[in-house]
Ligand binder design. Structure first.
Ligand code: ADP
Length: 251
């Protein structure tokens, strides 16, 4: 299962990604975390992005694409991954499509967590207050000015991805204002539906590539009605409705 969690800062992407990791054994690929680690470690990359991140602006596309591509190739990502914070621009999404295709992979779903902006500001203020109370160091970009810039960058550069993935039939929008377990349940439903569609994909390709074999199959099973290329009403429902067919193995 290969997923993208899409949403503004404070939408709950990190929280939900962690729940999915625990439940399904997917790895969470958070570009924010990777970049913060690089800054902490003082690597060349870290030095390059430190000030950009502190301002709340976006790091250069090629830098971020490079680290994600490398990370996706690690063995632990083979079972599946959740991209959290990537892609954040249309060129990043295009690069992702290209490099996944090059590895024979494709996305299963893009989950948009929709939240209202006032709630975002409150959530981030709460997170900062809790971190302060626990004596944890704050992020360099957890201040009012950087936060404004992060939201501005989201609206201008990341929001167009909603249309990008809608056009590709991958977008699933979830109410991110709902309580955390309800958001998780809604994501579970999306994953079940996406996995049914993924199971179905090779059949569709096969029917396109080998029309003769597909015809032979329908002759052998007249009860199904229609050709292999035209789905029955029941099949169509299965694509739309979450199904109990997919049961991910726990981590
Ligand atoms: P947020 O809480 O704003 O969702 P993240 O932890 O995802 O934060 O990202 C923190 C910062 O890291 C961003 O403001 C940006 O500077 C940088 N960053 C993370 N992911 C990307 C990306 N895909 N493209 C460009 N910059 C990124």
């Amino acid at each position: 299962m290969k997923l993208i969690l899409l949403g503004p800062p404070g939408a709950g992407k990190g929280t939900q990604a962690q729940r999915l990791v625990g439940k399904y054994g997917l790895v969470q690929l958070s570009t924010g975390e990777m970049l913060r680690d690089a800054v902490k470690a003082g690597t060349v990359l870290g030095l390059q992005v430190k000030d950009i991140m502190a301002r709340g602006a976006l790091c250069p596309d090629d830098v971020v694409v490079g680290i994600v591509e490398e990370r996706v190739e690690q063995p632990d990502a083979r079972k599946g991954f959740i991209l959290d914070g990537f892609p954040r621009t249309v060129p990043q999404a295009e690069a992702l499509d290209r490099f996944l295709a090059g590895k024979g992979l494709s996305l299963d779903a893009v989950i948009e967590l929709r939240v209202d902006e006032q709630a975002l500001l409150r959530r981030i203020e709460t997170r900062v207050a809790q971190m302060r109370a626990r004596g944890e160091p704050l992020r360099d970009d957890d201040n009012a000015e950087a936060l404004r810039e992060r939201l501005r960058a989201y609206r201008k550069l990341t929001e167009p991805l909603i249309a990008y993935y809608r056009q590709r039939g991958l977008l699933r929008t979830i109410d991110g204002m709902a309580p955390i377990p309800d958001v998780t349940a809604a994501i579970d439903q999306v994953l079940s539906a996406a996995s049914v569609a993924a199971e179905d994909k090779p059949k569709r390709v096969a029917s396109r590539v080998k029309p003769l074999a597909a015809k032979a199959m329908t002759r052998k099973s007249p009860k199904r009605g229609g050709t292999a290329g035209s789905r029955t009403g029941k099949d169509k429902m299965a694509l739309r409705k979450p199904s109990a067919r997919w049961r991910p193995s726990p981590a």
